[in-house]
Design a protein around this ligand. Structure first.
Ligand code: TRP
Ligand code: SF4
Length: 400
């Protein structure tokens, strides 16, 4: 049976902060209950920009996986793995590179943007130009159809869709496709066969999109078909060849509401973060010393929460009652800023405590972390190999 498969990756930037937690990890943790999920560390992608410092990548990878686990990503529910340990990604990347027009890569907006931004590095490399293609291989090799990413990554998912389409168009034509497809239709069984044909005709003759959608559901629910016949019938439906690679869709992650200590978006490059594994004393101090409404110089000056980054943190952490207390106390100078910050400090510490506890246990038990990663890589490899078998066969590369 065909299910939605979710895949997402993160470059190993080292230990994560509350921005990652509220922006990405909580979303992953939600998704892992509802979908088949694969989450991976994109260590090769880190190499495209940090080829001069490869050694840090390995430790960053381990630390990042510890943070994922500590935050609640569950290896019993989701497959967690490391890109470089599933070398099939590299094979697919290579094969896709043969049919990828250079112009498509040069036009991906992140290419010029990043080159202009990261001027201290020479990014006029082959690997960096290929960044979106490697990402496409990451996605297509698992036939993942849902990819949770932020706004900035949407062009990359769009690019992966175009690559999948081009691949299917070029290599989805198998000898005797029509006969094989007809035989597969028969395997659906009397009633379902007739219904498939009827929906297919309605789509092809009248362009009826609902018929197309209904036929896809019919196929998704068909238990009796092999993977190969599934692909045949998906392709046959639209009048094409076999659908070998699945076109993915971006599952847009809502923009993180997590503000940094200065009110800007929380980000390492702004130096305004609270790390998931930051010591409680350091966390308290960071919040106690964070800036407030600049107009509120003395305790007796009334303030305006809308000009204060602490208020933004209350939006994330406080309930209506506390928020009402803050607004009222701030505009009337009834409370001091330190007093106002205390509920935020308490809430952040309460949120971090169980995460830090789990991170501590995992840090003391490197074998367990290693095993979780090894097991995830094993499962990922198994899925990747299935796709590669079909890819190789369709390109005439299955010797032996
Ligand atoms: N490029 C992504 C980022 O910087 C990371 C990534 C690599 C990714 N491969 C992926 C995300 C595949 C989703 C799917 O955030
Ligand atoms: Fe900001 Fe609170 Fe101080 Fe008002 S009382 S300025 S909201 S910290």
């Amino acid at each position: 049976m065909y299910v939605d498969r979710v895949l997402s990756g993160m470059r190993p930037t080292g230990s994560l902060h509350l921005g990652h937690y509220h922006g990405v990890l909580k979303n992953w943790i939600r998704l892992q209950h509802d979908y088949e999920c694969l989450f991976f560390v994109a260590d090769w992608h880190a190499l495209t920009t940090h080829y001069d410092a490869p050694l840090a990548i390995e430790d960053n990878t381990r630390q990042m996986v510890i943070d994922w686990l500590a935050a609640g990503v569950d290896p019993a529910k989701a497959i967690l793995f490391v890109q470089s340990q599933v070398i099939e990604h590299a094979e697919l990347h290579l094969l896709l590179s043969m049919m990828t027009p250079l112009g498509w890569l040069e036009r991906v907006p992140t290419y010029k943007d990043q080159q202009e931004k990261l001027t201290e590095k020479d990014l006029s490399t082959y690997g960096f130009l290929g960044y979106p293609l490697l990402q496409a291989a990451d996605i297509l090799i698992y036939r993942a159809n849902r990819v949770p990413v932020g706004e900035d990554q949407v062009p990359h998912i769009e690019f992966a869709r175009e690559i999948a389409r081009r691949f299917n168009h070029l290599y989805g034509k198998e000898p005797g496709h029509e006969e094989k497809a007809r035989a597969a239709v028969k395997k659906l069984g009397g009633k379902q066969s007739r219904r498939y044909d009827e929906l297919r005709t309605r789509y092809q003759q009248e362009g009826d999109d609902e018929a197309l959608a209904a036929a896809r559901v019919l196929l998704a629910e068909a238990q009796s078909l092999s993977l190969s016949d599934h692909e045949r019938l998906y392709g046959y439906l639209e009048g094409g060849g076999k659908m070998i690679l699945t076109e993915p869709e971006a599952l847009l992650t809502p923009a993180s509401k997590m503000p940094g200590l200065d009110g800007q978006k929380m980000s390492k490059s702004y130096g305004n973060t609270i790390a998931l594994r930051e010591e409680p004393e350091a966390v308290s101090k960071k919040i106690r010393t964070m800036p407030t409404d600049p107009a509120r110089v003395r305790r007796t000056d009334p303030g305006d929460p809308d000009r204060c980054p602490v208020w933004q943190l209350h939006q994330v952490y406080s309930g209506d009652e506390v928020k009402a207390w803050v607004r009222q106390g701030c505009v009337s100078a009834g409370i001091g800023c330190i007093e106002c910050k205390q509920p935020v400090i308490d809430a952040v510490l309460a949120e971090l405590a169980p995460i830090q506890e789990r991170a501590r246990a995992l840090t003391e038990d490197p074998d367990t972390v290693r095993e979780i990663i090894a097991e995830g890589c094993q499962k990922a490899r198994h899925l990747a190999r299935e796709t590669m078998r079909d890819v190789r066969a369709s390109m005439g590369l299955s010797f032996g």
